[in-house]
Design a protein around this ligand. Structure first.
Ligand SMILES: O=C(O)C1=C[C@@H](OP(=O)(O)O)[C@@H](O)[C@H](O)C1
Ligand SMILES: C=C(OP(=O)(O)O)C(=O)O
Length: 450
C-alpha cells in the first residue's frame, strides 16, 4: 500500500521484451478473506485467518468489524518471502455493539455482508461509502432484513447511505429476494443466519442468479464453521437455501491465493507466448478464477497443475471465444483484454449485472478498448469484441481495479499504453505494479521493481 501512494497518475504500462517466464506468488483471496472475517466474528470462540489478503476491501471489512466490537489482532509478515505468507490475523468475537459507523468504500462484500451483522448489534450502525457505493444495488438486502425483523432507515432508494438499528437479535425465518443484480445478497443473508433466532430460508425469485461459485463458497465456508446449510444442489428446492440456527466454530483457516487476481499474470503468459507459474493453486476450490484454466486454454494456451502450482503456457496464437461468463463475471475485464488481442472475434455473454459493479464495466471496456483502436460493441448482456491492431493512449480505469489490470495486460504488447490511476488496484491487489514488474524481470532486486 505504501507503494501505491508513489505511483504516477498515468502509469506507463511496461512492454514485454519477449515471452514472460516467471513464478508469481499471488496474495490471498478477497472473497475468502472477507467471508472468513465475518464468520470468525460471529463465532462462539476465537479463530485464525492465515495469509489473509491485506487490501482496501479487506482492511475496510476488518475495520468495520472492529468498530462493532470484534477483536482483530494482526501479526506482520515482514520476515516472509511470500505476500501474506507469514501473516496471521487472530479474530476474537465479542458482543456486537452500536452506535457505530461503517465505511464500505466501494467493497460489495462489505456493503452487503455487514448489514445483517449490524442487525445483530446492540445499537444503530450507520453505513456510508464512496460515491459509487450509493449507486450499487443493495435493495434486496435492505428489504430482506426488514422482512426478517430489522429496522432500517434509508433514503427510500434501497441504497446507501443507511442506518441499521440493531437490537442484539433478529427473528430470521423465510424470505424471498430478487438477487439477479448480485449474488452477494444471498451470501449476505446466509453468512449471518446461524445467529438469527430462526435461521433463514432464502428464496431467490426473478431472473438468473449470477456468480454461483461465490454462493457455493459461502455455503462451504459456513459448513466448515459448523453450520447446517441446505442447498438446491443437495437435492433441495431450486433457488432455495436454508441455514439452521446454531453456534459457529472458531476456525484456523489458511486463505487460498486470489485466483481472479492471478488472471492478469496467466494472461501475460498467454499474450506473450510465455510461461507463468502461480504457486499454491488449490486442487479443489469454489473460487471462480479456477475457470481460467478452461477459458484461457480455449483461447490458445495450456496449463498444468502440479506440486509447484498452476503453470500456464501461451501457445503463440490467441483465439477469440464465445462464452457465458454469468458464473464468473469478475473475470470479464481480463478476458475482454485478451479477446481484443486475439485472431478472431469474441462474444462475452451473461454479464449484464457488470453495469453495476465498481463502474459500468461493459461501457468502460467498450470505450477504453475502442480508444486504443479496438472494435468493441455492447450487447444486452455482454460484449462483442472484434480484434483490430491497437495503438497506445491513456486507458481510463474509473476506480476499477480490474480495468487497471486489464489495461496493463494490453500494454504488455501494445506500445504507449498509459494506465490512469493504477493505484486503484489496491482495492484487492495492492502490490500489483511491483508484482507485474517482477514478473517481467524476475532477476531485478525488489527495490527497483516499483
Ligand atoms: O461474494 C463475493 O465475494 C463476490 C461475488 C460476485 O459479486 P456479484 O454477484 O455481485 O457479481 C463477484 O463479482 C465479486 O467480485 C465477489
Ligand atoms: C465486483 C467486484 O467486487 P465487489 O466485491 O466490490 O462486488 C470485483 O472484485 O470484481
Amino acid at each position: 500500500m505504501t507503494e501505491s501512494t508513489a505511483l504516477p497518475a498515468l502509469w506507463p504500462a511496461p512492454v514485454a521484451s519477449g515471452a514472460v517466464d516467471a513464478t508469481v506468488t499471488v496474495p490471498g483471496s478477497k472473497s475468502v478473506t472477507n467471508r472468513g472475517l465475518v464468520l470468525a466474528s460471529l463465532a462462539a470462540e476465537p479463530g485464525w485467518l492465515r495469509r489473509p489478503l491485506r487490501s482496501r476491501d479487506t482492511l475496510l471489512m476488518a475495520e468495520a468489524l472492529r468498530t462493532l466490537g470484534v477483536g482483530i489482532e494482526e501479526t506482520a509478515s515482514s520476515s516472509s518471502a511470500e505476500p501474506g505468507g507469514g501473516e496471521a490475523w487472530r479474530i476474537i468475537p465479542a458482543g456486537l455493539r452500536g452506535p457505530a459507523t461503517v465505511d464500505v468504500g466501494n467493497a460489495g462484500t462489505v456493503m452487503r455482508f455487514l448489514p445483517p451483522v449490524a442487525a445483530l448489534a446492540d445499537g444503530p450502525v450507520r453505513f456510508d461509502g464512496d460515491p459509487r457505493s450509493y449507486e450499487r444495488p443493495l435493495g434486496g438486502v435492505i428489504e430482506a432484513l426488514r422482512a426478517l425483523g430489522a429496522r432500517i432507515d434509508d433514503d427510500g432508494r434501497g441504497a446507501l447511505p443507511m442506518t441499521v438499528h440493531g437490537t442484539g437479535t433478529l427473528d430470521g425465518g423465510p424470505v424471498a429476494i430478487d438477487a439477479s443484480s448480485s449474488s452477494q445478497f444471498v451470501s449476505a443473508l446466509l453468512l449471518s443466519a446461524p445467529r438469527f433466532n430462526q435461521g433463514v430460508e432464502v428464496r431467490h425469485t426473478g431472473a438468473a442468479l449470477p456468480s454461483m461459485p461465490h454462493i457455493r463458497m459461502t455455503v462451504d465456508m459456513l459448513r466448515a464453521a459448523g453450520a447446517q446449510v441446505d442447498t438446491p444442489e443437495a437435492g433441495g428446492e431450486p433457488n432455495v437455501w436454508r441455514v439452521t440456527p446454531g453456534a459457529l466454530l472458531g476456525r484456523d483457516l489458511v486463505v487460498e491465493p486470489d485466483l481472479s487476481n492471478a488472471q492478469p499474470f496467466l494472461a501475460a503468459a498467454l499474450v506473450t507466448g510465455g510461461r507463468v507459474t502461480v504457486p499454491d493453486w488449490p486442487t479443489h476450490t469454489t473460487q471462480p478464477g479456477d475457470a481460467l484454466r478452461e477459458i484461457f486454454t480455449a483461447m490458445g494456451g495450456s496449463c498444468e497443475l502440479t506440486e509447484a502450482g498452476l503453470t500456464f503456457t501461451g501457445g503463440g496464437a490467441i483465439h477469440g471465444i464465445d462464452v457465458d461468463l454469468g458464473e464468473v463475471g469478475e473475470l470479464t475485464p481480463g478476458i475482454a483484454a485478451v479477446a481484443a488481442l486475439a485472431d478472431s472475434p469474441s462474444t462475452l455473454r451473461g454479464v449484464a449485472h457488470l453495469r453495476l459493479h465498481e463502474t459500468d464495466r461493459l461501457a468502460a471496456l467498450t470505450k477504453e478498448l475502442n480508444n486504443l483502436g479496438g472494435d468493441v460493441t455492447e450487447t444486452a448482456d455482454g460484449l462483442h469484441i472484434r480484434p483490430r491492431p491497437l495503438h497506445g493512449g491513456v486507458f481510463h480505469t474509473y476506480e476499477d481495479h480490474r480495468l487497471a489490470t486489464a489495461a496493463a495486460l494490453i500494454g504488455l504488447v501494445v506500445e504507449g499504453v498509459e494506465v490512469e490511476n493504477v493505484a486503484t488496484t489496491a482495492k484487492t491487489l495492492p502490490d500489483f505494479p511491483a508484482l507485474w514488474n517482477a514478473m517481467l524481470d524476475p532477476a531485478a532486486p525488489a527495490a527497483r521493481r516499483g
